[in-house]
Design a protein around this ligand. Sequence first.
Ligand code: FES
Length: 223
Amino acid sequence: MLLDTHQSEIEAIIARYAQKRSAVLPLLYLAQDTYGYLNPAAVREVAAILDLPATDVFEVVGFYTLFYDKPVGTWMLQVCDDLPCCYLGAEELLTALKRTLGIREDQTTADGMFTLQRVKCLAACDRAPVVQANLDYLYDVTAERADLLLANLRARAAEAKQRGLSGRSAEDFVVETDRLSHMSRDAAYQERSFTIEPPPPPTPPAELDSGYDLPQFRRASPL
Ligand code: FES
């Protein structure tokens, strides 16, 4: 039971809000991280803690895509397939992941390690192709780096270092050719300096030719 294992955390979450019911999202995330997904018993437990009708909480779970009401893998891999990521190889990456994992989208590997999903823009287009793994951001994930990424995630799971599904304390990583490098979460938003080259001087327009003054269009003046 959540209250048995996380009582002080639950009390701290509820204390942040003027009304107890406002804590429904963070408590659902806590339940999801604790149980692996939001099974009906977990949803009812959250409803009971917040004195809410269970139906209200089931509706919240059904509305948000980051709440999972079915079992998912230890790592939820979400591959962005929006336009900038596609230009830089998102489809090839998805193909490589599906081939290596032996699953299709929205399926989970037999060992319960990975669930694969396609998602829309993750708002990190300048580091495309982008993947989220339990809401850790992974940048520059080309198809050639898929195996490296999977090996890294498996190793973190083996050491019990994977994130909770709900991404509390999620971090950012750049996937390079031979390793994953940690990146501070706000590094992508630091001020960067750019050298802007002055535009070249305009070339004078070529003399316009309407095309009507060609010999075949000329006629003798009737005058
Ligand atoms: S298009 Fe992939 S992060 Fe924006």
